[in-house]
Design a binder for this molecule. Structure first.
Ligand code: ADP
Length: 258
């Protein structure tokens, strides 16, 4: 049985093609906001990479912020449930998931069966989300994927005291003008996101193992700062950004096998 999970996020569209609820045949990530052709491009790419024709797909499940905008799905499921399913499938020992996406941050508590038992969310403010990092990377003329390399070079992370993205933007520009090195600024920026989301995590209640999912998990600068903040190891899998789409494909398998 082949199931397709599509995660339509605020910043990216992700797709995972899954065989028999186990084998990840292919995946795709397309940078595009909701309301654009990002979803169809992500589907096209995953179909091409898996060589699965549309007719051979048994079930399509859409999740994410923009899931209502896609009419071609058999089911629409919340991203919270999908992240829980995806993470539990790959890392069954995880009990806390810290998911930082393009526009929000969520902390999920899972039970031993991988079901979500609690969650807290920040979707009111760009600080502590991928948006904060995107804005800062833009100021520093860096690609988002370069932040972790820069952060690793820092010996003295800058202190970014503003929690608001708009004020933090001015603060970074003024520190840059006064000669603070880029690696130190980037490390401070990563630290700022980690501090903010760690306090959200403490509100949810932290239980090990802790895993980061969502696009921001790909940034080792944030992961390392988060590990220090929480005083524990952070589990990371290269599928981090695809956990929602994987969970959607797993949901499709569960439903179709009933
Ligand atoms: P959403 O589901 O809300 O669209 P994602 O979970 O896809 O969000 O995460 C998007 C965020 O991930 C971006 O805002 C960006 O900050 C971060 N990101 C994307 N790609 C990378 C990368 N290669 N390295 C580090 N961070 C990344």
């Amino acid at each position: 049985m082949v199931t397709l999970g599509i995660d339509i996020g605020s910043t990216t569209s992700k797709a995972v093609m899954l065989k028999d609820g186990k084998e990840i045949m292919a995946s795709s990530i397309v940078i595009a906001t909701v309301g654009t052709d990002g979803v169809s491009r992500a589907i096209e790419e995953v179909q091409k990479n898996s060589t699965v024709q549309k007719e051979a797909i048994d079930c399509i499940v859409a999740t994410g912020y923009g899931r209502q905008t896609y009419q071609g799905a058999d089911f629409q499921v919340s991203e919270l449930s999908c992240h829980a399913l995806g993470v539990h499938h790959i890392c069954p020992q995880v009990r806390t998931v810290i998911d930082i996406g393009g526009q929000d941050a969520k902390v999920l508590s899972l039970n031993e069966q991988g079901r979500m038992v609690n969650f807290v969310m920040n979707d009111k403010c760009a600080a502590g989300t991928g948006r904060f990092l995107d804005v800062m990377a833009n100021i520093l003329k860096l690609d988002i994927s370069q932040l972790e390399i820069q952060a690793a070079k820092s010996l003295k992370p800058a202190n970014i005291s503003s929690t608001c993205t708009v004020f933090a933007e001015s603060e970074v520009i003024s520190q840059l003008a006064s000669g603070v090195e880029i690696p130190d600024l980037v490390a401070g920026i990563c630290q700022s996101v980690a501090t903010r989301v760690a306090s959200l995590a403490r509100r949810a209640g932290i239980k090990e193992q802790i895993c980061m999912s969502g696009g921001v998990a790909r940034n080792a600068g944030v992961r390392n700062a988060m590990a220090k903040e929480l005083g524990t190891e952070i589990v990371f899998d290269p599928m981090a950004q695809l956990m929602g789409a994987l969970g959607a494909a797993l949901y499709g398998f569960e439903k179709s096998s009933q």
